[in-house]
Design a protein around this ligand. Sequence first.
Ligand code: GLC
Length: 838
Amino acid sequence: MKTEKEKELNRKMVLDYAGEKSKEKEREEFDINREFVHCGDFELMLVKNNSLMFKLTNSIVKLYVLSNKIAKIEMFKYPKKDYSDGEKDKFFKKICEKEFKASLAIYKKQWNNFKFGVEEAKDKIFIDTGMINIEINKRPFNIRYLHDKMIINEDFESKGMGSFGQGVCAYKKLDNSEHFYGFGEKTGGLDKRQWETIQWNTDNPEEHNDETKSLYCSIPFFIGLRNKKAYGIYFDNTHKTYFNMGKDDSDYYYYFAADKGELVYYFIYGPSMKEVIEGYTEITGRMKMPPMWSLGYQQCRWSYCPENQVLELAKTFREKDIPCDTIYLDIDYMDGFRVFTWDKERFPNHKDMINQLHDMGFKLVTIIDPGVKVDEKYKVYNEGTENNYFLKDHNGNIFSGKVWPMDSVFPDFSNNKVRTWWGNLNAELIKQGVDGIWNDMNEPSLFDTKSGTLPKDLVHNSDDRTMFHEEFHNLYGMIEDKATFNGIKNAFPDKRVFLLSRSGFAGLQRYSALWTGDNQSLWEHIKLSIPMNCNLGLSGISFIGNDIGGFGGNCTSELLIRWTQLGTFIPMFRNHSAIGTINQEPWAFDKQTEDICRKYIKFRYELLPYLYNLFYDSVKHGEPVLRPLIYEFQEDNEVVNINDEFMFGENVLIAPILEKGCTERKVYLPQGNWINYYTMEQHKGKATINVSAPLEIIPVFVKEGSIIPKYKTASSTSTIDKNILLLDIIPNMNSKAEYNYYEDDGKSFNYEKGEYNITKISLEENRNKYKLEVKKIYKGYEKSFDKLYVNIINSVQPQKIKFMCKDSEISDIAFTYTNNTISFNIETKNDFCIEIQK
Ligand code: GLC
């Protein structure tokens, strides 16, 4: 911890610098055309615990071996070009002694001392972690990662790591076989080879197209797939960063760079994408279990108001028998867009309204923007100014800019006191009965600056030092979410928190779900949401959603049908639209549209146990809920860039309709045997098939050997009967179908104390029989299903079904057999086994 005196000194230094720099028109940005200074040649190496420190001619490089698959690289330029040998030695000593502070994205800061082998030869240094080999070339200094003698990733010949003025850059060799994924919220195709992007949180509602370089959420992480082996690189730099994956003239290299800061990156080896994401989320953290209600259907519009319109909306859902869990209030519930207030005219009895919503089984989520209205009669503004909570320029004046409430000031979330204050304000809303918070405009967005955001030279008084906005910009939204999350969690320790954020950075998954901002009611936008969602999932963020039906522009009945069908399989299922556009609730068009939307929203509720279990995999291992095909079928060359299909978990393939007027499509099915979920028709994988998809159908395929747990549908998650579990089982002759079913209370953090159950369900098939086993392999939660409704799909006609349980006699079970499906019910709390005689 820095002393007050040190902090003051640092502050003064930064402000002096700001004074100088503000004279420049634009603050310096990374420029590839400036002279590149390579990190230099090897001079000296020091090995200490799990790190190797290299003194080079132009910089110091530290390499930490964090595990057998994860390494971290840090490069520090010498502060001046013309450093003497003595000064370089001194700097080397300082760097060796001091641990570089990780960015706020990093969750795991302490690693056990991992033992590895090091060997120094004349021109090279060899590191052996037991899993990967790291080979260092001394002159010029560069790094190569290998597994089983195969190169996984390597610096680009003479370039490698280095700097451009204040910027830093790493050049990597591009292999012919290489494909790239991840990068967070990006437009364009799934595979990001020959593509470039900028990580700089930007509110850009107009242009969501292939050319767009920056959107609301930035994640400087990617996965490379080289010769079918996956590795990940997380560039831990919060400034504006640049990724060029072999765009333009280069078939030989790719690079990542930053305007400022140090070159710090983590290298994570797979070889599967699954293992890379597991490693990446070990570093940046994983999500907590979401409240079950947040996985139901959500209805939003800018804006449902006044109060009686909100209640009418809720009643209409119940009257029309369309399930729904959540209603949102957009900015018009506030008094003149003052955050944490209510418009007394439009919402005179908001607590009563919330109670009525709760009674009908709804949850309420309210929007919060970070801009606080400049108004001397407004409590939040006064508290913030009195306590120095708002961002200032380098002259010490509070910065104000225009957003919804017009002149607004912005909390400095880099400071703990501000975070606590903001967290408490949010907790206050929850005390009033609100169930979740929607953090919008937190890039942060501004209407009156050319850049659309805060000036880069605003000053943040962070917990341990003073820094410019250019360093904190990408973190602003995520740290607002952190403040909100912690404020609510502290006030309500037993309640799961639901937050939805527009902006984010690496690690956002620890605090909030993300939606992809202001899309439009366009076929192009439903289309681009598929690779965007897949790449977000591959960037550690599982809880994602897009505005179903499109935010801007007018939706049509056909688009709403296709988007609602798709939404059934999107981790967060929220219909949202802008002010001034036509309504797009499920009933807003005609009866056919309403009926189809109802059918799919009901289907979503049936699928909740399956979806909930996918979230559990995210909590445990960082696995995405929605995945590109390449994630599950890494060996299949055909799926490196599939943009119009995705996997909903391991075994369910979704092939949405993304074009106007289209009623059939081609679907590529990877390795395995698949069944059409509606017709039960079988298809051999590794083939492209034609599928008919009339308006009421979104093609869904399930792989043989799958077990899908389901609920009976309900009007909301509060009325689901969790005692009944439905199982759809698709047997596989060649291998056992197995599924670990997770259940907990769906609302508290007690699962973290072990209050959950895991039931192993398996089905084995041989020539004479099927054998179904259901066994609790972990029991920590007192409630559990006690009725099972089983469907064995695509099966042969059974002769007899025998039920065996430890405490009861063997008995015969009644069953039906229709459409090649065996169906029967079991009522027991105990483990059991069932034999089905063919
Ligand atoms: C922003 C949000 C949008 C919201 C609107 C009004 O455009 O992205 O979802 O409805 O602001 O608050």
